[in-house]
Design a protein around this ligand. Structure first.
Ligand code: SAH
Length: 333
């Protein structure tokens, strides 16, 4: 039975599916299928090694200033494992780092777990399906790049909540009565953030969240589907494309009770403060012009405001007693 058949049967039996249930079912199938990265969308770590290297510098700086404790390096939704592979190549040069770190990956897709295992073959890696499975005996430094945007959302407009129903055999949006203000919100995201905050408060550590989104207060419709880099209809072909929504950083900060919040700032400002321009110059030096031009183009794509520099936001939360992280000094952007 295809996913479409299963969803049709569910709707026939129990009526229209709420948007978050639809999105969860579609994305589980999408990420569980063939490796979607590069085919349907490209993420920052896949654009250039510089991205993961900058995050590696961020992690190393924080870890050292926290007193270089034994800790868990956690990534939520690590994709192909590229970010951590690039970060760990930088981090491994720090004295004592390799002995202090355990790598914990939260990933539901078996296909992507295989890709991660291949990339991180030299590191002590453990996989988990859920944040709740992480060990509780050490501080953690957690990274989530383009993770929260894939989590299910709900939408309400003019006293009606968005569902997905059937017209003949086609999936169509259906709005059902539901009193309340106009809103787009993600209970899955705030639940994960609240669980993470409780854990950080107990165990110590920090989390770095990078995603396209807004700082709160927006109630527009940001649901989108991408197929082969182009926009597709979120209600056609369930499981064939990635469903995402803009991340509400204000809601995440509100869920991070007991922690210090830093940012959000634009990804461009964050990477600039971590020194990405110097890294690009070093990588370009002595390279043939075509290769140097590729590095310049990647730098532009990651940092320019009209590219990923402004719409992608970066925020961090830190546990009580942990130092303030690097990268949040230029709050203006
Ligand atoms: N961080 C990577 C990949 C982003 S794509 C990068 O920047 O390249 C989203 C990732 O989150 C994929 O690895 C996907 O399989 C994973 N994912 C999506 N929903 C998830 C969930 N509910 N629990 C755990 N992982 C999830």
């Amino acid at each position: 039975m295809t996913l479409a058949d299963q969803l049709r049967a569910r709707i026939d039996t129990s009526g229209p599916l709420r948007l978050d249930a639809w999105m969860a079912a579609c994305n589980r199938a999408f990420y569980g299928g063939a490796d979607p990265l590069g085919r349907d969308f490209t993420t920052a770590p896949e654009i250039s090694q510089m991205f993961g290297e900058m995050i590696g510098g961020w992690i190393g700086d924080l870890w050292l200033r926290a007193g270089a404790p034994a800790f868990d390096l956690v990534e939520l939704g690590p994709g192909r494992g590229t970010l951590l592979a690039d970060a760990l190549r930088v981090l491994r040069r720090l004295p004592g780092f390799a002995a202090a770190v355990r790598v914990q990956l939260v990933e539901t897709s078996d296909v992507l777990r295989d890709a991660q295992a291949a990339r991180l073959a030299n590191w002590p890696v453990q996989w988990h399906a859920d944040l709740a499975e992480l060990p509780g005996d050490r501080p953690l430094i957690l990274i989530a790049n383009e993770f929260f945007d894939a989590l299910p959302i709900r939408q309400r407009k003019e006293g009606h909540e968005r569902h997905v129903g059937l017209a003949d055999d086609a999936f169509v949006p259906v709005w059902r009565v539901s009193p309340g203000p106009d809103a787009e919100w993600s209970e899955a995201s705030t639940a994960i953030m609240a669980g993470l905050a409780a854990r950080l408060e107990r165990q110590g550590g920090a989390a770095l969240i990078i995603d396209y989104g807004h700082d709160g207060g927006s109630n527009g419709d940001t649901l989108q589907a991408l197929k082969g880099g182009a926009r597709a209809c979120p209600f056609a072909d369930p499981g064939a494309h990635d469903l995402t929504a803009h991340v509400d950083f204000g809601a995440l900060a509100a869920a991070a009770q007991g922690l210090a919040c830093h940012g959000p700032v634009g990804q461009g400002a964050f990477l600039a403060e971590l020194g990405i321009a110097a890294r690009a110059a070093a990588l370009k030096s002595g390279k043939p012009p075509a290769q140097a031009a590729t590095i310049t183009a990647a730098l532009h794509r990651l940092t320019a405001p009209q590219q990923m520099g402004a719409i992608f936001r970066v925020a961090a939360v830190t546990a009580p007693g942990w130092p303030a992280p690097a990268g949040f000094g230029m709050a203006a952007a």
